[in-house]
Every structure is written in structure tokens, then in C-alpha cells.
Design a protein around this ligand. Structure first.
Ligand code: NDP
Ligand code: HSE
Length: 439
């Protein structure tokens, strides 16, 4: 059967992995797709490096737009990253009637609505499995496997770099900067690793999953994000003593008045499977009303795991491209006319449990003052731990770590302002969110 012709834009970590796996498994892939999937052309800035990877017989250019307009290419694979040239390539390819596969979560989370509308108009598919959780087929699961369910929440460890850093710091006591360098060397980190450690990358992925889970437009600008760079080793230790692990967690939850969409370092009970997802591994837990909680686990980054998702999309498109566009799976799982306009809730309206850590003078009445302020704010305490403050100075100060039951963030913030105003409390109170993730 006539092969499907692919043009790859960006032959870097993921582009290189895609070419390698497509070559290695070409027969198996053709048996699944119904026809061979061939790389016909590729674009890269460094042409010599691209030639090494793609081999002879593949047309090469340093202008990705040549691929987007190439008359012999059926599917354009965008693996450049960012939202400048990548966006132009994707929109040009769609304009030229080509299907698109991308691993670019930033592009989909920020411009997905525009891209899907254009693709709909032109009757082409835009597939983005690799954009969320690397090699884990979680988009497929959310969009198709769980289609019977009303999704209640989705929680995920969806940034491999941050999880790798947190794990190495906890297990080996390694320094943050050293582990980050290692993550960069291994090809896990984004071109600008700030995106990984400050939560942007996870928020991009969460935004995409939230849209698919709840049938809402992608709204990255409304996501709340907090990264791991300010996380204190003391909190990792106290959390562990209290029976929790701290992970950079993405959480999106349906509430009666809107959708929570947030990424932040979060305590998870250590008995949960998600708390034990370590290193570069990613995992996503989806709670559906019919199925209950299901979990998806695997490599969240790296050349071949991500290529696995890119190629799964290529096979899907190869199988479906002759189907009537009306009968294809909608980009965001729900029919475009049925997309809802549920609001994304501001972070102050979020309802969850909290870990609070304050540094206070060890003298009578301090704890009573703190718990009274919390009680006045309707915040109930679940557990508490008091440890001598160990910065070397024996000045009668203690760290007090408190776990609360569910509370509304604005009430917690108001109580913290009062606690910080107490003469006996030093500096700011650390506040981390905590999720029990009950199935
Ligand atoms: P790389 O930086 O390794 O690869 C990008 C490639 O694009 C490079 O070879 C680069 O060439 C090339 N490139 C850059 N600008 C242009 C241009 N204007 N025209 C043609 N080629 C260009 O990135 P990754 O492979 O890691 O990431 C690619 C995408 O996949 C990103 O969107 C990323 O977020 C996503 N992703 C990455 C994962 C990973 O594990 N790495 C996992 C999941 C998704 P040069 O090197 O010469 O600049
Ligand atoms: N930089 C990303 C991560 C790559 O560390 O998870 C995978 O999307």
C-alpha cells in the first residue's frame, strides 16, 4: 500500500528518537497502521546532525516552513518547541491541508483553541499525545478510554525534571543545581529549564488534560502555578515525619462553581502510589464517576518514550485520515459545539488541606494563639509536629508543622496573616497544599 509521508520539523531529542524508532520498528508499525509510515523530509537548524540521524534518502532543509508547505507530505510533525516558529509551522501545515502531530505542550496549552478551530475548518487532525506525560498514553485514555465517565478530578506528576530533582535531593541529598544539570544532560529539561522548575511545563500539561477531562477550552492563562525552587529541605523532612511526600503536583478538579486548575509542591500521603512515583517517571490519576480512580504511569520524558507517543499519533492519523472528519475523535474529546464555559476558579477559592510551618518562640501560649486563630477562621487541625529549630543557634525557637483538614485558601491566607502578626512568630509561615487523593 502507498506509504504515508511524514515531514519532521526539529530533529533534536524527540525528533531524533522518532526517526530512530520509526526506522527500527518500521515493519511492526506498518502492520498496525495498514501502510508504511516514511520520513520523506525533515527540517533542522543543524543539517549535519539531522543527516546523521535521518540517513540518506530523506530531503533536508533548514527552513521548517518548506516542510509545512511540502506538496508530498501528508503529516507534519512539529518537534521544534516554543510558540514562535513552531506555531507558524503548525498553522501553515493546517492551512496547506496537512495533519499535524506535535509534542509541544506550550503551543497547545496557549494556542490550542486557535489551532483546533483552524484544523476543524480545514478538516485535518492535530494530535498531541506526546505533549502530556511523554510516553504515557494518557490523552488517549482521557479522550477515549474514559469517555463514559463524568470526570471528577485529574492529578498528576507531570514534570519529569522536577520529579527527578525532588527524588535525587531526598534520596541522595544532592544539591538542586547539580541534579538540574544532570536532568539537562539526560535531555529531560526544557530548552529553558525555568519552565520545568517553576511549574510552567506541568501547568501546560495540566491545562490540556483539564480541557479534555471537563470539555472546556484550554486556558493556560488562568492556571495557578508554583514551582519547586523555593522548597525548603526542612519541609521535605517534616512532611516525611508526618507520613507524606512532597511532589510537584498538578491538580484539576470539578467543583460546583467551576474548575480548579493548579500546580504546586503538594504533600501526598506516602501510602498512595502517586507518592512513590520517583525520578523522571510521571503518573496521572484520573477519578471518573463510573470507573473510580485509574492511574497511568511511565516515562514522562526522554527521546524514545516521547517518540512512542509521537508515533502512536502518526499511526492514529494514518488509520483515520480517510474517515469523514465528523467521525473522528474531537481534539478536546467533546464535540466543538458542546465545549462548556465553566470558569477556572481563582486560587483563593481552592478547597484542599494544607501543611503550614511556622517558626515560633518556644514559650507558653504560642500554640494556643495559633490554633485559636485557625479555629476562628474555620480551619481545623488534623496533625501537628514541633521540632527545635536547627539553624545552629540555640535561641529557644521551634518549628511547628501543622496539617489542616479541608479549608478554603482565602480563609487560610487570612489566618496566616494574623499568625504572622503575632510577636512570638518569626517571619513568614510556609504554606503547602496537601491532597489525600482518595479514590
Ligand atoms: P530539542 O532542543 O532537543 O530539539 C529541537 C530541535 O529543533 C533541535 O534539533 C533544533 O535544532 C531544532 N530547531 C530549532 N529551531 C528550529 C527552526 N527554526 N527550524 C528548524 N529546526 C529548528 O528539543 P526536544 O526534542 O527536547 O523537544 C522538542 C519538543 O518536544 C518541545 O516542544 C518539547 O517541549 C517537547 N517534549 C520534549 C520531551 C523531552 O523529553 N525532551 C518530552 C515531551 C515533549 P538546533 O539544535 O540546531 O537548534
Ligand atoms: N521537560 C519536560 C519534563 C519534558 O521534564 O517533564 C517532558 O515533557
Amino acid at each position: 500500500m502507498k506509504p504515508i509521508h511524514v515531514g519532521i520539523c526539529g530533529v533534536g531529542t524527540v525528533g531524533g528518537g522518532t526517526v530512530t524508532v520509526l526506522k527500527r520498528n518500521c515493519e511492526e508499525i506498518a502492520r498496525r497502521a495498514g501502510r508504511p509510515i516514511l520520513v520523506r523530509a525533515a527540517a533542522n537548524r543543524d543539517l549535519a546532525r539531522a543527516r546523521e540521524l535521518v540517513g540518506e534518502g530523506v530531503e533536508l532543509t533548514d527552513d521548517a516552513l518548506v516542510i509545512a508547505r511540502h506538496p508530498d507530505i501528508d503529516i507534519v510533525v512539529e518537534l521544534i518547541g516554543g510558540t514562535t516558529i513552531a506555531k507558524e509551522v503548525v498553522l501553515t501545515a493546517i492551512e496547506n491541508g496537512k495533519h499535524v502531530v506535535t509534542a509541544n505542550k506550550k503551543l497547545i496549552a496557549e494556542y490550542g483553541n486557535e489551532i483546533f478551530a483552524k484544523a476543524q475548518e480545514k478538516g485535518v487532525m492535530v494530535a498531541f499525545e506526546a505533549a502530556v506525560a511523554g510516553g504515557i498514553p494518557v490523552i488517549k485514555a482521557l479522550r477515549e478510554g474514559l469517555t463514559a465517565n463524568k470526570i471528577e478530578w485529574v492529578a498528576g506528576i507531570i514534570n519529569g525534571t522536577s520529579n527527578f530533582i525532588l527524588t535525587e535531593m531526598r534520596d541522595k541529598g544532592s544539591a538542586f543545581a547539580d541534579v538540574l544539570k544532570e536532568a539537562q544532560r539526560l535531555g529531560y529539561a526544557e530548552a529553558d529549564p525555568t519552565f520545568d522548575i517553576e511549574g510552567h511545563d506541568a501547568a501546560h500539561k495540566l491545562t490540556i488534560m483539564s480541557a479534555i477531562a471537563f470539555g472546556i477550552p484550554v486556558q493556560f492563562d488562568k492556571a495557578y502555578l508554583e514551582g519547586i525552587s523555593k522548597l525548603d529541605a526542612a519541609d521535605i523532612k517534616y512532611a516525611q515525619e508526618l507520613g507524606y511526600r512532597i511532589k510537584l503536583l498538578g491538580m484539576t478538579r470539578r467543583r460546583p462553581n467551576g474548575i480548579e486548575l493548579r500546580v504546586s509542591p503538594t504533600l501526598i500521603p506516602e501510602k498512595r502510589l502517586l507518592a512513590n512515583v520517583d525520578g523522571v517517571m510521571n503518573a496521572v490519576v484520573v477519578k471518573g464517576d463510573a470507573v473510580g480512580a485509574t492511574m497511568y504511569y511511565g516515562a514522562g520524558a526522554g527521546a524514545e518514550p516521547t517518540a512512542s507517543s509521537v508515533i502512536a499519533d502518526l499511526v492514529d492519523i494514518t488509520r483515520l485520515h480517510t474517515a469523514d472528519p465528523e467521525h473522528r475523535v474531537p481534539h478536546l474529546a467533546f464535540q466543538p459545539s458542546a465545549i462548556a464555559n465553566l470558569p477556572i476558579l481563582p486560587i483563593e477559592e481552592v478547597e484542599t488541606c494544607y501543611y503550614l510551618r511556622l517558626n515560633a518562640q518556644d514559650q507558653p501560649g504560642v500554640l494556643a494563639d495559633v490554633t485559636r486563630i485557625l479555629a476562628d477562621g474555620g480551619i481545623s487541625v488534623d496533625a501537628m509536629l514541633q521540632r527545635p529549630f536547627t539553624d545552629g543557634a540555640d535561641d529557644g525557637r521551634d518549628d511547628i508543622a501543622i496539617i489542616t483538614h479541608i479549608a478554603i485558601e482565602k480563609n487560610v491566607n487570612a489566618a496566616l496573616a494574623k499568625i504572622e502578626a503575632l510577636d512570638t512568630v518569626n517571619g513568614k509561615v510556609v504554606k503547602l497544599r496537601l491532597e489525600h487523593l482518595n479514590g
